[in-house]
Write a protein that binds this ligand. Sequence first.
Ligand code: PMV
Length: 337
Amino acid sequence: MKKYQAKVASNIAFIKYWGKESEALQWPANDSISMTLDALHTLTKVSQSEDSDHVFIFNGKETGRDSKQGGKAFKHLDFLKEKYAFKGALRIESENSFPTGCGIASSASGLAALTLASISAWTQSASFEELEEKGFTKELLSNLSRMGSGSAGRSIFGGYVKWNKSSSAEDQFINKEVDEDSWELCDSVVLFSSSEKAVGSTEAHRAAWTSPLFAPRLASLSDRMKLVTDGLNEKNMEKLGEAIEAEALEMHAVIMSATPSVHYFGRETGEFLADMRKARKEHGLAMYFTIDAGPNVHVIYPKSHKKEVRAWLASKINENNLLHDSVGRGAELKVTD
Ligand code: PMV
């Protein structure tokens, strides 16, 4: 039985997708831009099956429709199957390259890999070219991944990827904004907690609208987007870095001032951010932070500064709590027998 295999890396947002204009249409409240990673990925293998329902094996363990991991996957498979009237059930084996429960959001890489591998299996397409011949362009695949998890849409492309909100949900689109070869940035993830999020992202996205800081954020965000894209195009780490730090802190300010109020990070994370800023000032280290909806810190720096930044990180953090990565080339597809 042929196995259709998708390898998709996670991504880290520089301007965050936070809040939805429409939940049903997965239409975000704002434009976002992220860096697609390389090493932190999901590998998903899919074959057609004779069973009455899909079988989903996640990290070696069968995961049912009612489980948290499986629930999202099955819901997305049902959506794809119905939309394109695909026939038959699938057997899916999915694995993350990063340890499960290490606090790295896996929904971006996971839902994108599931979308690619399952559509490849249903349409028996062995490559992006074959998918495109059947109407599944990368743009469409990105849009379909977005329906599984918003941030997943950006992981299809490599480099620095923008999700454009546009003026209607139908017109939103995701595209590569800056090529990975133009500037090689690294991301070292500092793990402070491996426990499950107290409040999941669906609920937290919904709560964003209750924060008094949300409307002013949306009104001013295009200025910060310009700083980020200019920073990337000019390879200006200071410009990019100051913008991404302000952005991460602003997203957390919205989250903390919403109802319900959530604190995704605690004292340890806060102290680390202060240490980073001090080291930057005192030793001129070109490293800046961003944080997703969790306690872990992504330290962003140019490859040319890898040695000094990693030496500083190693002096502060146990190596078991560090995951090093860099900008990646986007999703890959292949077929095995
Ligand atoms: O894709 P979701 O619904 O898990 O939301 C992701 C939100 C952030 O990771 C915090 C920001 C982003 O743009 O990836």
